[in-house]
Design a protein around this ligand. Structure first.
Ligand code: DP6
Length: 346
């Protein structure tokens, strides 16, 4: 007998960046962060989790057809936590099948480049955790699942919610209060759009995990970022979202991306995620905003050169239209994808 469940999880793109861990084992961050969950149409991970007493003894994970190592601490932590919750159900009712004792087989497909700075680990771990939670029929809330997904990859905790999502850094040493929360559902501000400029689909140079550890250890700008700048921006950003104030949303998004990349440059040895094409995209956004006389487009970059541009639907022609037109001309811009904000939580 084979038990099986499937789910999809979307990518999220932070407007206030997570960068730095106070506990690398539990992925507990040095600052809170905030992201927008993008629609599942294009950027998502589809995952099927299954288990069976007839499977080979060890757990397995296939990603885009190739076998992955599941012995890593992050994947193990997710498996362990989910099995423990299933065990509780089994212990409480002896009629509940003992799935927690069976080997797991996870099959995942990404429809976007893995590890190219397109937040693939976020969708990946969010989908893995929810697929197993569905398989185990756990009565766990998105908040409870976010605590588990965070241990797979920090940013994954934010992909358990749709819309505008915060991740509270928390203060407990066991990480119990370091969970995601919904700032506003997608339909609160449904005209938000994101365009993704894929500059490079190549695997990034310095992984987020390695990069942020180096920044924590060496950057002199980092302390003021976590203690003053981000806490202030978290409040500003939540207010901007509540009030649907794109000018503030856009300005804070761009400044926080710049601040994050400044701490990367301030890391020793320095980390460069942006390249010439990224900087050209920043310039285009500045030109768009200058000719509009206000902020109608905002760029942000994760741990790679690809740009994500946020804008409102009403400015589609001025923002996305211009980028699409330029894409044909400028060398280096491989493709672009328009995304809406993802609505529901499932
Ligand atoms: C720049 O979540 O990939 O995208 O917890 O080590 O897996 P780990 O890091 P990860 O870092 C994401 C960093 C970022 C900013 C963000 O998404 O908030």
């Amino acid at each position: 007998e084979i038990y099986r469940a499937s789910t999809t999880a979307p990518v999220n793109i932070a407007v206030i960046k997570y960068w730095g861990k106070r506990d690398p084992k539990l992925n507990l961050p040095t600052n809170s962060s905030l992201s927008v969950t993008l629609s599942q149409s294009d950027l998502r991970t589809h995952t099927t989790a299954s288990c069976s007493p007839s499977y080979p003894a060890s757990d397995s994970l296939l990603l885009n057809g190739s076998p992955q190592d599941v012995s890593g601490a992050r994947t193990q932590a997710c498996f362990r936590e989910l099995r423990a919750l299933r065990k509780q159900l089994e212990d409480a009712d002896l009629a509940v099948p003992k799935l927690s004792a069976m080997p797991l087989k996870i099959v995942s497909e990404n429809n976007f480049p893995t590890a190219a700075g397109l937040a693939s680990s976020a969708a990946g771990f969010a989908a893995l955790v929810r697929a197993i939670a569905n398989l185990y029929e756990l009565p766990a809330s998105p908040t409870a699942l976010s605590r588990i997904a965070r241990q797979g990859s920090g940013s994954a905790c934010r992909s358990l919610f749709g819309g505008y999502v915060g991740w509270e850094q928390g203060s407990a040493v066991d990480g119990s209060d370091s969970v995601a929360f919904q700032v506003a559902p997608a339909n609160h501000w449904p005209s938000m759009r994101a365009i993704i400029l894929v500059v490079s689909a190549a695997k990034k140079g310095v992984s987020s995990t390695t990069g942020m550890q180096a920044t924590v250890a060496t950057s002199s700008l980092f302390a003021s970022r976590t203690s003053e700048i981000v806490p202030r921006r978290m409040a500003e950003m939540q207010k901007a979202i509540q009030e649907k104030d794109f000018e503030t949303f856009g300005k804070v998004t761009m400044m926080d991306s710049n601040s994050f990349h400044a701490t990367c440059l301030d890391t020793y040895p320095p980390i460069f995620y942006l390249n010439d094409v990224s900087r050209a995209a920043i310039k285009v956004v500045e030109e768009i905003n200058a000719s509009a006389g206000k902020i109608i487009a905002a760029y942000t970059f994760d741990a790679g050169p690809n740009a994500v541009i946020y804008y409102l639907e009403e400015n589609e022609v001025q923002v996305a239209g211009l980028f699409k037109a330029m894409m044909g001309e400028k060398e280096g811009w491989k493709s672009e994808r328009g995304e809406k904000v993802q609505g529901n939580e499932q």
